[in-house]
Ligand binder design. Structure first.
Ligand SMILES: NC(=O)c1ccc[n+]([C@@H]2O[C@H](COP(=O)([O-])OP(=O)(O)OC[C@H]3O[C@@H](n4cnc5c(N)ncnc54)[C@H](O)[C@@H]3O)[C@@H](O)[C@H]2O)c1
Ligand SMILES: O=C(O)C[C@H](O)C(=O)O
Length: 328
């Protein structure tokens, strides 16, 4: 018997990431090739944006996706999030050249109080939320705090792009296939302070740390390359990453919904105090997923350098949190 359709809300649906994301959700790449979806698409109440959204919807229709059970266009989060099972909060201003993601806080924070409240009011009581719009961790924190009737654990931020970037750099450095990488972790904020940690990682079963055996490369090449990759893409393209961001969003949601078979992935999730991170900080952690739930990988040894990196990214997140206190 075919499955009942699930509702997937996507904000910023007529933007760059939206354009790279929606067709993949509708084709079943996110929730499985047997799972029909109803897309509930939100754009700002502006004629140009709504027209662009109409165009995207026409294209979705023209794909005749067998799993696409419905498409709705919205300009109000209170209707866009009605009964939604999954919400991908992409809509927000992207940064331009020379900006840091934290510079977007003032511009974007308000969006996430409004959308958090709307999710709280009308979404499925078990809605799973992924925040992509930057600064993603703090926006997810704002949305979670604005939705007190929903489970805290169901609010997440996207660190998967950093995870995938780190995996790709490791594969290139070792000359091995990215598919062979296990036990990679990215800690903290989706920003240059994030700490990509391959101390426990293996590639084709061999220790990545031993294979690379170059701590200077780790600190002076790998970490800055992964941390500043978003800026490098903006400098090259004149626009922020879109296809790779959409791909990471698909990976994040697919793994959360369908499981990782024991493989470590990175998700930004609200802390419960794990690894000394204060409760509620939306922090990138290594997790495994099973049965629609994520679980933090416990027991990872934190050496002095790792602790310094974790402290730095944590400080940035708590400063961002302080900066949005007045909104909550
Ligand atoms: N977390 C990550 O890894 C990651 C990666 C890449 C980009 N991003 C961020 O994702 C966001 C979107 O990037 P983009 O390149 O698609 O930008 P974009 O400007 O192409 O599209 C954003 C869309 O969001 C819409 N929008 C703005 N406010 C909205 C609101 N309140 N409700 C609904 N829609 C709204 C805009 O009209 C626009 O169509 C940016 O903040 C960007 O920095 C995050
Ligand atoms: O860097 C940006 O502003 C966009 C995004 O967060 C990225 O990492 O590519």
């Amino acid at each position: 018997m075919s499955k009942k359709p699930v509702r997937v809300a996507v904000t910023g649906a007529a933007g760059q990431i939206g354009y790279a994301l929606l067709f993949r959700i509708a084709s079943g790449e996110m929730l499985g090739k047997d799972q029909p979806v109803i897309l509930q698409l939100l754009e700002i109440p502006d004629e140009k944006a709504q027209n662009a959204l109409k165009g995207v919807i026409m294209e979705l229709e023209d794909c005749a996706f067998p799993l696409l059970a419905g498409i709705e266009a919205h300009s109000d989060p209170m209707t866009a999030f009605k009964d939604t099972d999954y919400a991908l909060l992409v809509g927000a201003r992207p940064r331009g050249p020379g900006m840091e993601r934290a510079d977007l806080l003032a511009a974007n924070a308000q969006i996430f109080t409004v959308q958090g409240k709307a999710l709280n009011a009308v979404a499925s009581r078990n809605v799973r939320v992924l925040v992509v719009g930057n600064p993603a961790n703090t926006n997810a924190y704002i949305a979670m705090k604005s939705a007190p009737d929903l489970p805290r654990k169901n609010f997440t931020a996207m660190l998967r792009l950093d995870h995938n970037r780190a995996a790709s750099q490791i594969a290139a450095k070792t000359g091995k296939a990215v598919a062979g990488i296990e036990k990679l972790a990215v800690w903290g904020n989706h920003s240059p302070t994030m700490y990509a940690d391959y101390r426990n990682a293996t590639i084709d079963g061999q220790s990545v740390k031993d294979l690379i055996n170059d701590e200077q490369w780790n600190r002076e090449v790998f970490l800055p390359t992964v941390g500043k990759r978003g800026a490098a893409i903006i400098a090259a393209r004149g626009l922020s990453s879109a296809a790779s961001a959409a791909n990471a969003a698909i990976d994040h949601m697919r793994d959360w919904a369908l499981g990782t078979n024991g493989k470590w992935v990175t998700m930004g999730i609200p802390s419960n105090g794990e690894y000394g991170i204060p409760k509620d900080v939306m922090f990138g952690y290594p997790v495994t997923c099973e049965g629609g739930e994520y679980k933090i990988v416990e027991g990872i040894a934190i050496d002095e350098f790792s602790q310094e990196c974790i402290n730095k990214t944590l400080k940035e997140l708590t400063d961002e949190q302080d900066g949005v206190k007045h909104l909550l």
